[in-house]
Design a protein around this ligand. Structure first.
Ligand code: PAF
Length: 286
């Protein structure tokens, strides 16, 4: 695997692959890679001929300076993992390469509606930062297909809408969330958990499963959510949000909806964990 740090060098390599008629797959990341990221690379390798990954801790999507500062940066270890997964090219630009004129004058891509509420509500500006950097990376890499993890359900919805609205010539593939044996969704932020918190952490996914089961059992949506919130807070989480949304467009679920995503975020110690559960209810919400 080769690592390129500039857009110019990246483009030269990808163009070379394109001239050979290769199908280009792209896996954008912020590094500190885990098995979830590698499952994206594996899927891209299975479906494409030349796989590019990127590692860039994007300052634009952090609404909290201390969160940006402590975000784990583990380039040598990540390079070894990508190499082992047979990734073909790593693009690892620095901030000056991505934002040469600084952040304040940079064009911002704003995707309305799906970026509002949920994580967009708790992290103002976060999805503008995500859509802006992903748009840039898509233009820089010029791939045929890009791969994203389902754990970041709202992020994927934002990116899919951006691609559709702006008629971008790239396909988006979503890959199921990779989980630890106890159900915890793999995330770079799990590294912030102490051993005690790590033992409690699967409680978030269990709370989502609890809401889905309660809805199936005919318990009202507000009551299902209130019970799960109470349970999480008693376990030591600080619940950020728990919601039931329509899976197709992330609009709040209403009477008659059956295909829903139960989605949540909660703080545990120094970590903010997110997760979701896509489910088809055997009865419509009333
Ligand atoms: O999911 C992530 O790691 C990031 O939000 C992404 C898509 C790489 C953009 O910085």
């Amino acid at each position: 695997m080769i690592t390129q740090h500039t857009v110019e060098a990246l483009r030269a390599r990808v163009n070379e692959a394109r001239t050979r008629g290769l199908k280009i797959g792209f896996v954008p990341t912020m590094g500190n890679l885990h098995k979830g990221h590698i499952s994206l690379i594996d899927r891209a390798k299975a479906e494409c001929d030349f796989v590019v990954s990127s590692i860039f801790v994007n300052p634009l999507q952090f609404n909290d300076a201390s969160d940006l500062e402590r975000y784990p940066r583990t380039l040598p270890e990540d390079q070894a993992k990508l190499e082992a997964a047979s990734c073909d090219l790593l693009f690892a630009p620095n901030v000056a390469e991505m934002y040469p004129n600084g952040r304040d004058e940079h064009t911002i891509v704003h995707v309305p509606k799906v970026s509002e509420g949920l994580c967009g509500g708790s992290r103002p500006g976060h999805f503008d930062g995500v859509s802006t950097v992903v748009m840039k990376l898509f233009n820089q890499v010029n791939a045929d297909v890009a791969y994203f993890g389902e754990k970041d359900f709202q992020q994927v919805a934002v990116i899919k809408k951006m691609v559709a609205d702006l008629s971008m010539a790239i396909s988006i593939v979503t890959v199921p969330t990779a989980r630890a044996d106890d159900g915890l969704a793999l995330s770079s932020r799990n590294g912030y958990l102490t051993p005690t918190e790590r033992a409690i952490a699967p409680g978030l996914y269990q709370a989502l499963q609890g809401i889905a089961k309660a809805l199936q059992d005919g318990i009202s949506m507000p009551k299902s959510i209130a019970n799960a919130t109470l349970q999480l807070n008693q376990q030591g989480f600080r619940c950020d949000y728990l919601e039931v949304r329509r899976a197709s467009d992330l609009a709040p679920a209403i009477a008659g909806d059956q295909d829903v995503v139960v989605i949540g975020a909660a703080y545990l110690g120094n970590a903010r964990l997110i997760d979701n559960l896509i489910t088809r209810l055997n009865r419509v919400i009333d």
